[in-house]
Design a binder for this molecule. Structure first.
Ligand code: ADP
Length: 470
């Protein structure tokens, strides 16, 4: 079953992103509409209020100039001119009794508000109110204002045209919004699909890899965005896994090969002795040979274990103050006899004092491996030089020989487990010495490097920090 089928649409990131996108778009549009709507309604109300106030001012002036009769006539004429369904005027006494009005046939339901009159009489400011005419749903804005000390003008204006405008505005908004929500959801879906397509590519590659093809890589676009970074990191992880798997494969092949030879030899010795062995001395020789081969095997297995433990940090290194100069001199003394036997001159250039914090046993083992190699791969008459130098933070130990050297093609591989160059196969060894030396140097927070010129010699340099790695 494909991944896409297994994940229902509702659970997909693209769907949720689209939903969020459309949701946020809708909410912000509605907020914008509400804001706009409130602004328009308040602007309409202000405009109506100003018109009503204008009427009041006109009638006040008329009252002062021409008297009450002129106001009564003016009200009738003004209502007719504006439209009797649009405005109305009522002249009221202070107790709210109407004594004159424009044509009120359309405004029969509109009464005089006692509360508004009281409020008006309490202060001199005009009082506004908005009422809805029963059965008509139509809104009317009404203003109560004093024309003189004893006359109140009630003037009203229908807000029907404004209501129609607002209704039309609402209708257009709803239609436009519905359309835009679909468009936004479409765009959101497209963008979300584009964004997650990179993640899907990673998922597809991971699926193919779990199906067995470790060579696959996620295609990386050149945009350098987060998805590209994910793809690059994922590919790097795959490279690492592939390298590790190749190393494990090579190592197990080498291990099987290197274990097979001594076991075959042990078996061969035993078989020959069983078939032909007559005397006790032959059996003794078989036992001695078997012990030797077993020691070789044990040595190989122990070194393997030591490399693994040192690399993984399972065995904690001890952090002791080491007299490095003394330690190097001791190791040199140890290797003096085999060097002499081989006709190789071993010289030791070590300062009087040099200290380092680390694991004495491990450092000793690392030095021994380097010296053992240097003597092993240097012909008679050659020289091996061990030197120690230091700066403020590091000590540098170098083991230089004038031996066979290492070819440029072999040099990068000599630190790999079980790697032995073809020329060195005639010499004893299991191909683990340098791997262990490197594991020890790294476990101390240092590094080991090698340089070589074929037929001229090699130099292995170990750099270690003076203080122990925490
Ligand atoms: P071993 O010496 O047991 O074969 P090492 O891991 O110590 O294994 O070394 C790996 C290989 O590196 C050797 O087989 C040899 O080919 C090469 N090598 C190491 N040290 C030297 C050296 N000083 N001179 C020449 N070749 C060397």
């Amino acid at each position: 079953m494909s991944l896409r089928k297994r994940i229902s649409l509702r659970n997909t990131l693209a769907f949720r992103l689209t939903l969020w996108y459309a949701g946020i778009f809708t909410v912000s549009s509605c907020v914008a509409f509400l804001l706009f709507y409130t602004l328009i309604t308040s602007w309409i109300r202000d405009r109506t209020d100003q018109e009503l106030l204008g009427q009041v001012n006109r009638f006040s002036t008329l009252l002062a100039a021409e008297g009450i009769e002129a106001v009564k006539n003016g009200a009738v004429i003004e209502a007719q001119a504006a439209g009797v369904k649009k405005v109305f005027f009522r002249l009221l006494s202070l107790n709210g009794q109407a004594f004159s009005s424009s044509n009120m046939s359309y405004w029969k339901n509109i009464t005089v508000s006692g509360t508004a009159i009281k409020e008006l009489l309490r202060g001199s400011n005009p009082v506004y109110e908005t009422i809805t005419i029963p059965d008509r749903k139509e809104k009317v804005r009404i203003l109560y204002a004093l024309l003189s000390r004893s006359i109140i003008l009630q003037v009203g204006e229908a807000m029907e045209s404004y209501s129609r405008f607002l209704d039309a505005f609402k209708g257009i908004f709803i239609i436009t919004m519905t359309f835009l929500i679909f468009v936004a959801a479409g765009i959101g879906w497209f963008m979300a699909r584009r964004a997650v397509s990179g993640v899907e590519a990673v998922t597809r590659t991971a699926q193919r890899i779990s199906g067995g093809t470790l060579e696959d890589r996620v295609p990386v676009k050149t945009q350098g965005d987060e998805i590209d970074q994910l793809a690059v990191t994922f590919n790097q992880m795959l490279d690492r896994i592939q390298t590790l798997l190749t190393e494990i494969k090579e190592m197990s092949e080498n291990l099987a090969h290197d274990l097979r030879s001594p076991i075959t030899r042990i078996r061969g010795i035993a078989e020959v002795t069983l078939t032909n062995g007559k005397s006790l001395s032959e059996y003794e020789s078989m036992a001695a040979n078997t012990i030797e081969e077993c020691d070789r095997l044990l040595d190989m297995i122990n070194t393997m274990l030591m490399i693994s433990k040192t690399e993984s940090g399972v065995d904690k290194l001890s952090s002791e103050e080491i007299d490095l100069a003394g330690l190097v001199r001791e190791v040199c003394e140890l290797f003096e006899p085999p060097a002499e036997d081989k006709g190789v001159t071993l010289s030791c250039n070590v300062p009087v004092r040099s200290h380092l914090v680390g694991d004495t046993r491990m450092i000793q083992r690392m030095l021994s491996n380097l010296l053992d190699n240097a003597i092993k791969y240097t012909p008679s008459g050659g020289t091996v030089t061990v030197s120690v130098s230091e700066d403020d933070t590091r000590v540098i130990i170098s083991v230089k020989d004038t031996g066979y050297g290492i070819s440029p093609s072999d040099l990068p591989r000599v630190f790999e487990r079980f790697y032995r160059s073809d020329q060195s196969r005639s010499q004893s060894g299991i191909g683990l010495g340098l791997s262990l030396a490197r594991a020890i140097a790294r476990a101390h927070g240092g590094e080991i490097t090698g340089t070589s010129t074929p037929n001229q010699g090699s130099t292995f340099t170990v750099t270690l920090p003076k203080s122990a790695k925490k």
